[in-house]
Design a protein around this ligand. Structure first.
Ligand SMILES: Nc1ncnc2c1ncn2[C@@H]1O[C@H](COP(=O)(O)OP(=O)(O)OP(=O)(O)O)[C@@H](O)[C@H]1O
Ligand SMILES: [Mg+2]
Length: 291
């Protein structure tokens, strides 16, 4: 998918949201049943959404961690998610990636792929990349080997053994190395990188698979100010080429990267808008920012 298409989609959804305040259209839902094979190919973003959640709920032992949650993300958008501890931010990502099954609700990738019908591995294979808070790189492999390995993950053992980097993958690897600012560190052992560099390497491993949607849970936690700034630049670079959903508590980071900010509270959307809008929202101040 080209950046142009992404931008077009983002513009369309913005125009659409102005027309339909509050309630999102669910035209994509009925369309899904006619195209079960769509998962194998491109994501259909003709409705201007790459991700669409409607009335999603999940309970753990009677506690509603996610409660009628509805939100959508436009193609190429960088959506920020904030909210107090326990608001359900990580659980929402668990649901999108197939790790947790909701009790009810709708979760679509584009307008045709019903994510609730797929396993975690299938969802990852469709181009939904996820970054957990703790870096999970292979410490005893080099930066290069980590990135190379990321290309092999969905292949069988035999295919992996026979795997050779072709020229397209070589180009991509060089591209990713540059994007994550580790081009000077290709031969370094991942275990010797700084915390921030490990986080970037893991993001690089996700980028090797050219994800359409990237979910990042507290990516700058534990980073130095300089690393946090570099990460902001990285995300701004990725925006447009990929769709991103970023959960963070670091407000200066959110300020640096955000367009639309969604505030979660008790498993649903409490407020949504620019950072300035949500920061001035009395309800948001009460439950989160005013602490
Ligand atoms: N698998 C689970 N079993 C039981 N309870 C769970 C499970 N996953 C999440 N919860 C509960 O659901 C609520 C939401 O948790 P979640 O981790 O999604 O919050 P969060 O918004 O990511 O918070 P934080 O900002 O602290 O990371 C919490 O009360 C948590 O204890
Ligand atoms: Mg969390």
């Amino acid at each position: 998918m080209t950046p142009d298409l992404f931008e077009e989609g983002a513009r369309r959804v913005q125009a659409h949201q102005r027309e339909l305040p509050g309630k999102t259209a669910s035209g994509g839902r009925s369309a899904a049943f006619g195209h079960p094979a769509a998962a194998a190919g491109e994501v259909d973003v003709t409705h201007g959404r790459i991700l669409y959640l409607e009335d999603v709920s999940v309970s753990f032992d009677g506690f509603k961690a996610i409660n009628k949650l509805s939100l959508d993300v436009a193609p190429g958008e960088l959506r920020c998610i904030i909210g107090p501890n326990g608001a359900g931010k990580t659980t929402m990502m668990d649901i999108i990636t197939g790790k947790t099954r909701p009790d009810e609700g709708t979760v679509f990738f584009g307008s045709t792929i019903d994510l609730l019908r797929y396993t975690e591995a299938e969802i990852a294979g469709m181009g939904v990349g996820r970054k957990f808070q703790k870096p999970t790189v292979f410490e005893r492999l080099t930066v290069f080997e980590n990135l190379e390995l990321a290309l092999k993950t969905d292949k069988g053992v035999k295919a992996s053994m026979l795997f050779r980097l072709d020229s397209a993958n070589c180009d991509r690897l060089a591209d990713v190395l540059h994007t994550i600012a580790l081009a000077d560190s290709v031969t370094r052992m991942a275990g010797n990188l700084s915390h921030g560099q490990k986080q970037w390497l893991e993001i690089g491993m996700l980028l090797m698979q050219d994800p359409k949607l990237l979910l990042l849970d507290e990516p700058v936690a534990g980073m130095t100010d300089e690393e946090t700034e570099r990460t902001a630049e990285l995300f701004l670079e990725l925006k447009g080429r990929h769709s991103l959903m970023v959960v963070e508590h670091d407000m200066s980071f959110i300020k640096r990267i955000s367009e639309i900010v969604t505030v979660l509270h008790e498993g649903s959307v409490l407020a949504q808008g620019t950072l300035e809008q949500v920061q001035n929202d009395e309800r948001v101040i009460e439950v989160y920012l005013g602490r």
